[in-house]
Design a protein around this ligand. Structure first.
Ligand code: COD
Ligand code: ZN
Ligand code: ZN
Length: 336
């Protein structure tokens, strides 16, 4: 591994709130590396290739992989022991004890082991210390706007949560031609950065006595076309759903979701024709899309560098988590 970002889901893993996770485990999932060696029968990559491990692996053969709509490869998510390779074993041990894998990737380490279908070769010329963000955060947000919501030109978008994922949503909304992008965050320190990503107005729910959904309905004259919840919080998900326009056929998106909680809302609000959608990894098929996203980055379609606020060596990983918890960073990239 060369570099890895620290994503909020890694913090969720540390807190132990991800489903069916087993410890001890090597977490981290937003990385880039160089192939050191390959196993028997591997033909798609070779030593020396620059690669991004995939949280959305692609076997290419299952019904989901063959369907252009989905990206949750069945080979990797069905009937498979959590945290292990497809043969049911782990490739990591520490002092003789088995260590589990994380999200098919495990990137907080100098060396990892991944399956051939859970890694993809990228252009050697990419800037390695920021392109790692394509491994999760950037692609998740950007794809939520482009693939899942399919934001249309001239639309009004609202983004709840201006972290790495929310800002990547903003990049997608902007590229899709949204004319108004409203950012919502309880940490006003995020607002300057958000504006640099095309967010046109920022709001702090704490600044108003009214519920945020009502504030947004008034501000947008009846609701936004697309609302993205990029926090993973049930309350903001409900507020987001209530902030969507009452016009027919426009959409509300949860690009990402929280775990171990239940979302509830008044079914009457769905009478207006609202759509509730979600996606994983922004709907991108890992092997097909990651090399293309890397090329788009190299062609300066978007700037990943701007998302990286801190850089640390692996030994200072806990400082990176402290920065995430304190809300002081967008993305910390670790050098491995
Ligand atoms: N109201 C408004 N803003 C809030 C609130 C609130 N109640 N609570 C927190 N926020 C703000 C924070 O101040 C922060 O700026 C932002 O929300 C969250 O940003 P980060 O940087 O902490 O988190 P991200 O952007 O890295 O990711 C957050 C997700 C929750 C979207 C993500 O980590 C997640 O949970 N994904 C799970 C689903 C998934 O796709 N997993 C696959 C691998 S990630
Ligand atoms: Zn992530
Ligand atoms: Zn598949």
């Amino acid at each position: 591994m060369l570099y890895t970002g620290i994503c909020r889901s890694d913090e969720h893993a540390v807190e132990g709130i991800l489903p069916e996770m087993k410890f001890p485990i090597i977490i981290g999932h937003e990385g880039v590396g160089i192939v050191e060696s390959i196993g028997e029968g591997v033909t798609g990559i070779k030593p020396g290739d620059r690669v991004i491990p995939l949280i959305a692996p692609q076997c290419g053969k299952c019904t989901v992989c063959k369907d252009p709509r989905g990206n949750r490869c069945l080979t990797f998510i069905l009937n498979r022991p959590k945290g292990l390779m497809s043969d049911g074993t782990s490739r990591f041990t520490c002092k003789g004890k088995q260590i589990y894998h994380f999200l098919f990737t495990s990137t907080f380490t100098e060396y990892t082991v991944v399956e051939e279908n859970a890694v993809t070769k990228i252009d050697d010329g990419a800037t390695m210390d920021s392109v790692c963000l394509i491994g999760c955060g950037f692609s998740t947000g950007y794809g939520s706007a482009l693939n899942t919501a399919k934001v249309h030109p001239g639309s009004t978008c609202v983004i709840f949560g201006l972290g790495g994922i929310g800002l990547a949503v903003a990049v997608g909304c902007k590229i899709a031609g949204a004319t108004r992008i409203i950012g919502v965050d309880i940490n006003a320190d995020k607002f300057d950065k958000a504006k640099a990503f095309g967010v046109s107005e920022c709001m702090n729910p704490k600044d108003s006595d009214k519920p945020i959904a009502q504030v947004l309905l008034e501000l947008t004259g009846g609701g936004a076309d697309y609302v993205f919840e990029c926090i993973g919080n049930i309350e903001t998900m409900t507020a987001a759903l209530n902030s969507v326009t009452l016009l027919m056929e426009l959409q509300f998106i949860v690009g990402v979701s929280a775990v171990q909680s239940k979302l509830s809302f008044d079914p009457l609000i769905m009478l207006s024709g609202r759509t509730l959608k979600s996606s994983y990894f922004g709907g991108w098929k890992g092997k097909d899309s990651v090399p293309m996203l890397v090329s788009d980055c190299m062609a300066k379609k978007f700037d990943l560098e701007k998302l990286v606020t801190h850089r640390l060596p692996l030994e200072k990983i806990n400082e990176g988590f402290d920065l995430l918890r304190s809300g002081k960073c967008i993305r910390t990239v670790l050098k491995l």
